[in-house]
Design a protein around this ligand. Structure first.
Ligand SMILES: *Cc1c(COP(=O)(O)O)cnc(C)c1O
Length: 458
């Protein structure tokens, strides 16, 4: 393009009003929600950056495909269309639909797991780890060493540490390793991309040691964008071809259609091995439904089939990745400490650095999450000691490795002026940062406490 302005490559056909609130109202709403934005009503939120999962705006083509959804119990046309699409994209012969990503995880890792089994990943996403540990198996994260450096500018910080992979295989024995999982992009590691070079190395190591290699492909299109634009040798390939090349390296994949399939619900498991697919199909029927719908309505399968194609559109991907980077670059230039370079779907702010006056056991990340809501009506999530903190025997907090706050960008939902507004709110965050105090937890449940915890301001 001759001009440097990147505009949203779509027109808006249907709109959802945002109810404008005042700071005073938002203080009341947040108090009522016990200072936990998960407990807010979405109607009380101005810009919702809680997650990019299931929050995409669907296209006219997806909505019209939904009208031709075939709701037959078995062999629906919608399923045949989805199956053909996934088969064409991944190359895997066996495809199992599920109601979302974690259902596919529970089926595959539930089958492969069990006491003494080991799973190795660049970083297990939280539902992945939970499904593995639920079987009494062990989940080991081996991100590349630079991934933990918050401002270290490296193009593929989502890569797996392959030297560590080989040493874990030696230590534990390849027969005890149930699977190696490459998460692209690396969600919990900051939405950072994985290089094709790294995927090839992991693939070769798995082949040599006869270990199952699975790709968690929730954001494979966003990852392909980074490969084409940052890795040598991919300039002349389409994003779809790049994704296909990565699928070809593995034995199967797991996907949440709530991410890069641009749908509001859905997921799938795709496998090369016939015997493994048969075993998983058994489990699928018990909990998800028959093999040709797996917990999904026919219309949802049609929306996913169209979304999986649309997401590789070069104009869409350019807009998508650049708009995340736009937010990151502006916040960085204001001096907000964040993970750089920005990943594909979200910006991660280092709240412990922003609020050095707040000790870790008073949750600086949660304090920032609350400030962003009160000052600007922006909803986001803490990824720090509220989410991952544990207690020692005497009830003292063992903090998480980092106190991050994630601003996740829903796909095709917000325009540049929404993001400009978010950037402006950060001026107020910076201006008032010395006054901010931490929080205390007053109520919590054991499992995934960040969803339900209650807090009190100190
Ligand atoms: C969202 C996600 C999952 C789980 O998918 P759900 O649809 O939320 O169940 C698994 N892995 C990664 C990397 C994800 O981002």
């Amino acid at each position: 393009m001759k001009y440097k302005t990147i505009f949203e490559p779509f027109k808006i056909k249907s709109v959802e009003p945002i109810r404008v609130t005042t700071e005073h109202q938002r203080e009341r709403y947040l108090k009522r929600a016990h200072y936990n934005p998960f407990l807010l009503h979405s109607d009380d939120v101005l810009i919702d950056l809680l997650t990019d999962s299931g929050t995409s705006a669907m296209s006219a083509a997806q909505w019209s495909a939904m009208m031709s959804g075939d709701e037959s119990y078995a062999g629906a046309k919608s399923w045949l269309r989805l199956e053909a699409e996934i088969h064409d994209l991944t190359g895997y012969p066996h495809i199992l639909p599920t109601h979302q990503g974690r259902a596919a995880e529970r089926i595959l890792y539930g089958y492969l797991g069990g006491k003494g089994k080991i799973f190795i990943s660049n970083t297990h996403f939280d539902t992945t780890r939970a499904n593995i540990e639920f079987t009494d198996a062990t989940a080991i994260d081996i991100p590349m060493p630079e991934s933990s450096m918050v401002t270290f500018d490296q193009p593929f910080k989502g890569d797996m540490d392959t030297a560590k992979l080989e040493s874990h295989i030696k230590t534990h024995g390849s027969q005890n390793i149930a699977a190696v999982i490459l998460t692209v992009t690396n969600n919990s590691g900051g939405g950072q991309p994985v290089s094709m070079h790294n995927a090839r190395m992991v693939s070769a190591i798995c082949k040599k040691n006869k270990i199952l290699f699975i790709i968690d492909c929730c954001r494979i299109a966003e990852n392909s964008y980074f490969i084409r634009n940052r890795e040598v040798g991919f300039k002349s390939k389409t994003y779809r071809k790049i994704a296909q090349e990565m699928f070809a390296l593995a034995d199967g994949c797991i996907m949440s259609a709530k991410k890069d399939a641009l749908a509001n619900i859905g997921g799938f498991l795709a496998l090369r091995n016939h015997k493994l697919a048969q075993a998983c199909t058994n489990l699928l029927i018990i909990t998800e439904g028959f093999v040709t719908y797996g917990g999904l309505a026919g219309r949802d399968m049609d929306a996913i089939a169209i979304g999986l194609r649309e997401v590789f559109d070069p104009d869409y991907l350019h807009y998508r990745i650049r708009s995340t980077a736009y937010l990151g670059e502006h916040l960085f230039s204001k001096g907000i400490p964040l993970i750089m370079p920005p990943g594909g779907h979200a910006i991660y702010i280092d709240a412990a650095k922003l609020y050095p006056q707040i000790p870790l056991h008073e949750y600086p990340g949660q304090a920032l999450v609350c400030e962003l809501y009160i000052k600007g009506g922006i909803r986001c999530v803490e990824i720090g000691s509220v989410m991952f903190g544990k207690y020692d025997k005497r009830g003292k907090l063992i903090p998480a490795p980092k106190e991050l706050v994630r601003l996740a960008i829903p796909r095709r939902v917000y325009t540049q002026s929404h993001i400009d507004y978010v950037i402006e709110v950060f001026d107020e965050i910076i201006r008032t940062k010395q006054e901010v105090r931490g929080l205390r937890i007053t109520h919590e449940l054991e499992a995934l406490r960040h969803f339900t915890a209650h807090f009190e301001k100190l």
